[in-house]
Design a protein. Structure first.
Length: 123
C-alpha cells in the first residue's frame, strides 16, 4: 500500500514539474513561433516558480507546526508550575499547622490547601 502511494506521488510530481510547465508555456504562447531556446527558458521559469511555491508552502507548514509545538509546551509548563505552587502551598500550610501546635489551625490549613487544589484543577 505504501509502495502504491509512493508511486502515485511520483506520478503527480512528474506531471506537475515535467508536463505542466510545457502546457502552461504552450498555452501562453498560443501558437506563436518562438525560438526553441526561448521556449525552454520559459518552461524552466515556470518550473522555478512552481518549486518556489512548494518551498513556500513547506516553510509555512514548518512555521505552523513550530507554533503548535510551542503552544503545547507552554500549556504543559503552566500545568507543571500550577502543580508546584499547589505543592508548596500545601507544605507551607502543613508547617504552619505543626508549628502552631493547634489541631484546629492544621485542619483549617488543609481546607485552604484543598480549596487551592480545586481552583488549580478548574484552570
Amino acid at each position: 500500500m505504501v509502495l502504491l502511494a509512493g508511486a502515485a506521488g511520483l506520478v503527480v510530481r512528474g506531471t506537475v514539474f515535467v508536463l505542466l510547465p510545457g502546457v502552461v508555456v504552450d498555452h501562453e504562447l498560443a501558437g506563436t513561433s518562438v525560438a526553441a531556446q526561448d521556449r525552454l527558458k520559459a518552461v524552466n521559469d515556470v518550473r522555478t516558480t512552481l518549486l518556489q511555491m512548494v518551498g513556500g508552502l513547506v516553510v509555512l507548514f514548518g512555521a505552523y507546526a513550530t507554533w503548535r509545538q510551542l503552544r503545547v509546551s507552554q500549556d504543559g509548563l503552566r500545568a507543571t508550575q500550577g502543580g508546584y505552587v499547589t505543592d508548596r502551598f500545601s507544605r507551607a500550610v502543613d508547617q504552619l499547622g505543626s508549628t502552631a501546635g493547634s489541631r484546629c489551625s492544621g485542619v483549617r490549613g488543609r481546607v485552604y490547601a484543598d480549596i487551592r487544589r480545586a481552583g488549580a484543577a478548574e484552570e
